[in-house]
Ligand binder design. Structure first.
Ligand SMILES: Cc1cc2nc3c(=O)[nH]c(=O)nc-3n(C[C@H](O)[C@H](O)[C@H](O)COP(=O)(O)O)c2cc1C
Length: 636
């Protein structure tokens, strides 16, 4: 690898790489963490071996890529330039893909995605409903890049934004461009990125530091992991541009330790960038120096908060501190520090290359650009979704997510991670942006989106998230430490059927105190799941408290399983399967659940043949006395 010593040299290399790959068919196999849960590494190796075996080496390029978004269908094989997409590919499918599609361009029907609604097979990736309404601006390049190859990134124009910034723009001009683009931090708070950079640049004190926040502690969120794994150079390039703009010569990438592949790919990317002269001394011959280090976090949710992250980087306990001073003036080792989220950094090269105006044209008045969400829960299609800000919430859930499986009704969506709020069906027309979500009592957060169907109890959901937050509160400030705990205690008793008059009001009162007086945003946002569920689903709280009834039939302590005697066919299945041996009866003797022994595991309901449908869940009513034991029933 030769060291690049000018912008022209970088461009020449790009041309060379493009010429080398010209006319070759490419197969991009998803091989990130999601793919690896289904042995994608074996599939990639099978492609490499088979291409050689069929004498196609040098004509076909096999790329091992990060996630393209539709993780549940991985490993996928995307064949370019036709964009033919095969889903859930197995090693045994590979010889046929190589001989038919890679060698001859023929489509193999059975490996295409089948639309569950129309039943049709879809050839092109962009025609799959999951991708159709997306705007994959930041994530999109994952499909064209081998995760471990800097040349692939350069071929796509990678590091040209850095060259542009270094040779054609002053640091102030870079900051102006980012300010003017309207880019806001993607890590949760949505603070304008260019403004933050400006604060750090003008803060007195040297040296200055830049940090990538790849802590990503929200349960179920993996946007940052997928970007870092799949396109690590985009994060590095953004960081370099930011460092140049701010006047920093040293940076840190804080990655949670549970992301080993992200760490591995970042290490490779750093080594390669150093060899090319894109990191280190005199970058591209510009005279600008920059070095970066990887720091692995130990996995506490609160360590994603910027001041806690800095404390953890310094080797202290990862606890947030009072702000001001903000990191921009006093951050790492007390020096001016700029910290941004992975997605924020990865967006920067696009803005520098394509211009602030291009970016501003995407999104809404106050929220520009696109945002990646991790769309999970009771949905037909789950995965990573990148959409322009302002898209109606319902479009994400129904057009991209494909709606709710099993004919169930949509109930609510929780946005913004564990400290986000829930949004009900009546508000699905809401355009997704920072302001609108906050007005509704939720937050954008870093992009978690959990969809819940009619069987979900929202009181129980609030309890679940508060339980997580109570465990993750660092305990340093009283409102957060005590307030969340007290709220959790109340929620526990409501869900257990011991709710009291006044509990809802207590939750609201404590929630407001925690929100107003906590030290950091963990506490300030922690009451969101509770306050938003009270706001939109107060009747569910009241049913739990006043009627001791869980309308969703989800809270264990408030439900009972009951076998309807006139439907029971005495088939013995539930009786045999019940792990608590709580069911009595016999052949031709209707079965009865002994409520004192029942652990409410739900096995009886699961195993009762649907044609009998004899087991039901009850809540808020007394379980009928067993009619009798021992009477014979007629088998149908
Ligand atoms: C409890 C808590 C956890 C956080 N976790 C993350 C995280 O995992 N990743 C992240 O980028 N920001 C996280 N943040 C937000 C950071 O404090 C900070 O605002 C962000 O890194 C700034 O980058 P941005 O301006 O690009 O969003 C968290 C904040 C809180 C209060």
């Amino acid at each position: 690898m030769a060291r690049l010593n000018s912008a022209a040299h970088l461009e020449k290399l790009r041309q060379l790489i493009l010429d080398k790959n010209d006319g070759k068919r490419v197969v991009s196999v998803t091989n990130g963490t999601d793919g690896r849960t289904r042995h994608s590494e074996v599939v990639v190796q099978a492609f490499v071996n088979e291409v050689k075996k069929q004498g196609l080496a040098g004509k076909i390029v096999v790329k091992s890529t990060g996630c393209h978004g539709f993780c549940e269908q991985e490993p996928t094989a995307l064949i370019l330039p036709e964009a033919i997409c095969y889903v859930t590919v197995k090693p045994e499918d590979v010889p046929e893909i190589v001989s038919q599609t890679l060698a001859k361009g023929k489509v193999i029907e059975r490996l295409l995605y089948e639309d569950p609604v129309s039943g049709q097979r879809i050839t092109k990736e962009s025609e799959i409903p999951f991708y159709k309404s997306q705007n994959q601006t930041v994530l999109g390049n994952n499909r064209f890049l081998d995760m471990k190859k800097i040349d692939d990134y350069i071929a796509l124009g990678g590091y040209s934004a850095l060259a542009k910034a270094l040779f054609e723009m002053t640091p102030e001009r870079v900051i102006e461009e980012v300010k003017s683009s309207g880019l806001r931090g993607r890590g949760g708070a949505g603070f304008p990125t260019g403004v933050k950079w400006g604060f750090c640049r003008s803060a007195p004190g040297q040296p200055k530091y830049v940090i990538v926040n790849c802590d990503e502690g929200d349960p179920g969120a993996y946007m940052d992991r997928s970007l870092t794994e799949g396109n690590p150079h985009s994060v590095l390039e953004g960081l370099l541009i930011g460092a140049y703009a701010i006047g920093a010569h040293e940076g840190y990438i804080y990655v949670r330790a549970e992301y080993p592949l992200a760490v591995e790919n970042l290490k490779t990317a750093i080594e390669q960038a150093e060899k090319y002269g894109l990191l280190g001394e005199n970058i591209l011959g510009s005279g600008f120096n920059f070095n970066v280090h990887i720091h692995r976090g130990a996995g506490a949710f609160v360590c994603g908060e910027e001041t806690a992250l800095i404390a953890s980087l310094e080797g202290r306990i990862g606890e947030p501190r009072q702000r001001p001073p903000f990191p921009a003036t006093s951050g790492l080792w007390g020096k001016p520090t700029n910290i941004n989220n992975v997605e924020t950094w990865a967006t920067v090269p696009l803005i520098i290359n394509r211009g602030a105006r291009w970016f501003k044209n995407l999104g809404t008045q106050g929220s520009k650009g696109t945002k990646i969400f991790s769309l999970v829960g009771n949905l037909n299609n789950t995965g990573l979704v990148e959409v322009a800000m302002g898209i109606p919430l319902g479009d994400i859930i129904f057009k991209i997510g494909g709606g709710i499986p099993g004919g169930k009704e949509f109930k609510a969506v929780q946005t913004g991670g564990p400290s986000g709020g829930v949004i009900p069906r009546s508000l699905l027309d809401t355009p997704v942006d920072y302001e609108k979500l906050t007005q509704l009592g939720s937050i954008m957060g870093s992009g978690g989106m959990i969809v819940m169907d009619e069987d979900t109890c929202l009181v129980d959901v609030a309890r679940y998230f508060l339980n997580f937050l109570a465990g993750e509160s660092c305990g340093r400030c009283v409102p957060c430490r005590e307030g969340i705990y007290q709220m959790l205690k109340i929620l526990n008793r409501i869900c257990e059927g011991n709710g009291r008059e006044g509990d809802i009001e207590s939750l609201e009162e404590i929630g407001q105190t925690v929100r107003d007086f906590s030290l950091c945003a963990l506490g300030k946002t922690a009451p969101n799941p509770v306050l938003s569920t009270i706001r939109y689903f107060r009747d569910e709280y009241e049913a739990h408290i006043k009627e001791k009834r869980c309308p969703a039939l989800a809270c264990k302590e408030l439900i009972s399983y009951y076998i309807e005697p006139d439907k029971c066919q005495a088939c013995l299945i539930c009786l045999r399967e019940c792990p608590a041996q709580a069911i009595t009866g016999g052949k031709k003797i209707t079965h009865v659940i002994d409520q004192s022994k029942c652990t409410k595991c739900g096995t009886c309901l699961e195993v009762c043949p649907p044609r009998f449908g004899a087991v039901t869940k009850l809540s808020g009513v007394k379980v009928p006395e067993p009619v009798r034991q021992g009477a014979a029933v007629t088998q149908k």
